[in-house]
Design a protein around this ligand. Structure first.
Ligand code: SF4
Ligand code: SF4
Length: 217
């Protein structure tokens, strides 16, 4: 009898959970039904990529030490580090560096693990080409910085939905003085640093005046 009651309880709980998830899913659907489609008139208008967008990789030849860490951490061993050993100085001499963006999956491992930070992800996503071999970028092509969407005078930059203020659904209607929703990464870092400093101050004061704190408690 007890087993039967347990089964009934479990079944009822699962039924309630299923109904809850169904309602949650439908609420998103109904929310979108009230919205109008937003058309971005590309290439005259472009959405501003997010701060952590993983686009075409930028490479700084002067910083590279030819350690090949980027090759080892790449899931497909993609970067080609062309170096020779200088027998006189007994040091590596970098000749060329290339990444084939026709094969790259933009995972960012190479950028993450490069010991000299000579690799970085840019916001460039327009990599269409007629010949896939032209996507094999050498160190000169990799060293070129892309034009940012916000600084390109021929383009109207538009904010993505996630970056619009609360209540604004269309980036075309965004008033100039409206601030974005959420905080910039630089603001979040500042807040974390401030919190850490405050914690350190509190810890130091506990170390200096332990009796006072204990007596207060
Ligand atoms: S990990 Fe960085 S420094 Fe090392 S070879 Fe690759 S790009 Fe150069
Ligand atoms: S982004 Fe990923 S796939 Fe592309 S070169 Fe770097 S590690 Fe390899």
């Amino acid at each position: 009898m007890l087993g039967f009651l347990e089964k009934v309880t479990d079944y009822t709980k699962e039924a309630f959970d299923a109904a809850k998830y169904l309602i949650e899913g439908l609420s998103v659907t109904f929310d979108h039904m009230r919205r109008r489609p937003v058309t971005v008139q590309y290439p005259y208008e472009k959405l501003i990529p997010s701060e952590r967008y993983r686009g075409r990789i930028h490479y700084e030849f002067d910083k590279c030490i030819a350690c090949e860490v980027c090759v080892r951490v790449c899931p497909i061993n993609l970067p080609v580090v062309d170096w020779v050993m200088n027998k006189e100085t007994k040091k590596k001499e970098l000749r060329n560096y290339s990444i084939d963006f026709g094969a790259c999956i933009f995972c960012g491992n190479c950028v993450e693990y490069c010991p000299t930070n000579c690799l970085s992800m840019t916001e460039e996503y327009e990599l269409a080409a007629f010949d896939r071999h032209s996507l094999n970028y050498d160190n000169v092509a990799l060293g070129r910085l892309p034009t940012s969407v916000t600084s390109d005078p021929s383009v109207r930059p538009l904010k993505e939905l996630a970056y619009l203020p609360k209540g604004v659904m269309d980036p075309h209607e965004l008033p100039a003085n409206k601030k974005r929703a959420g905080k910039l990464p630089s603001q979040i870092i500042k807040e974390i640093q401030k919190e850490n400093t405050q914690d350190e101050l509190n810890n130091n004061s506990e170390d200096i005046f332990p009796n006072k704190i204990n007596s207060n408690n």
